[in-house]
Design a protein around this ligand. Structure first.
Ligand code: DHB
Length: 278
């Protein structure tokens, strides 16, 4: 995503923007088709296309000049690559980093990084040591026990957990009698992902002490409040930009404000995790 598009997200009322993940060098990504609409959401397998961190720094500089708070999402295929990209992004003034070790659509080794607690702890620790910035670790729901991975990120020094990345899924074209996506499988996002994401946030909130950033199927203020009540302190919105437009950010923010006022709360923090209380 380019700086002008991300600026529109900010102007739409978001508190900060999260970039599409960047890696150490340019990647073409997968051939088309890479996106298909499915019941309740989108399935995509872009394959982490990106111009490489070196080029992307220009876009971040433009965003910072415009005063936009930027979370730089990044990935690598090894500890060294994660550290290299984190340093590059830190060097151009991102406000925080989101460590994406959980893309469902890439080469085995890279895709599996986020499913192994030892790897997640090691990568998080190395990145935290290399940069002086908040680091959010974005987890995949495609594991038997997400709490185990969240704990590993916390041990590695993560400042927050982002839960969750997309759910590995498949769409079939009955006329072609083939999978729709060139990559065969893709990541499911949008409303269909929300109950899974809420369950993940709930489980993580019961077991870790660092803040949780909720993501997965937020398209209205009620969805956002659900995430907050489950234990998220903040929410991210992605797929709903396509269905609701850039105004979704302002609508959600105003909706949360209205909910707080109507229910006698002053601040978001008062309702974070409230659904856990007996
Ligand atoms: C892609 C990356 C992701 O992190 C994700 O959740 C879905 C798709 C991708 O670029 O293929």
């Amino acid at each position: 995503m380019s700086a002008p598009l991300l600026s529109r997200v900010y102007e739409g009322g978001a508190g900060a923007v999260v970039t599409k993940s960047v890696g150490p060098r340019p990647r073409m990504g997968h051939p088309n088709p890479t996106v298909v609409a499915v019941e309740g959401g989108l399935l995509n397998a872009m394959g982490l296309p990106n111009p490489g961190a070196g080029y992307f720094t220009g876009e971040i500089e433009r965003l910072k000049e415009a005063g936009v708070p930027v979370v730089g999402s990044f990935f690598g295929a090894s500890v060294e690559e994660f550290v290299e990209v984190a340093r590059t992004l830190a060097g151009v003034g991102v406000d925080a980093l989101e460590l994406n070790c959980s893309c469902p659509n890439v080469e085995e080794e890279m895709g599996l990084l986020g499913s192994d607690p030892a790897n997640v702890e090691r990568i998080t620790g190395a990145v935290k040591e290399a940069v002086n910035l908040p680091v959010f670790v974005k987890l995949t729901p495609n594991v038997a026990d997400i709490v185990e991975i969240a704990r590993a990120a916390e041990r590695g020094g993560a400042d927050a957990i982002t839960a969750v990345n997309t759910l590995k899924a498949l769409a079939i074209d009955v006329d072609l009698r083939r999978p729709v996506l060139s990559n065969t499988t893709g990541g499911l996002s949008g409303p269909a992902l929300k109950p899974v994401a809420l369950r993940c946030v709930w489980e993580i909130a019961e077991c870790v002490d660092i803040p949780i950033i909720g993501v997965g199927g937020v398209s209205g203020w009620r969805d956002a409040v659900e995430f907050l009540l489950c234990g998220a302190s903040v929410v991210e919105i992605g797929t709903a930009v396509m269905t609701r437009g850039f105004e979704v950010f302002r609508e959600v923010a105003e909706g949360i404000r209205g909910y707080l006022a109507q229910n006698g709360f002053k601040e978001v923090r008062e309702i974070v995790g409230l659904a856990h209380e007996a």
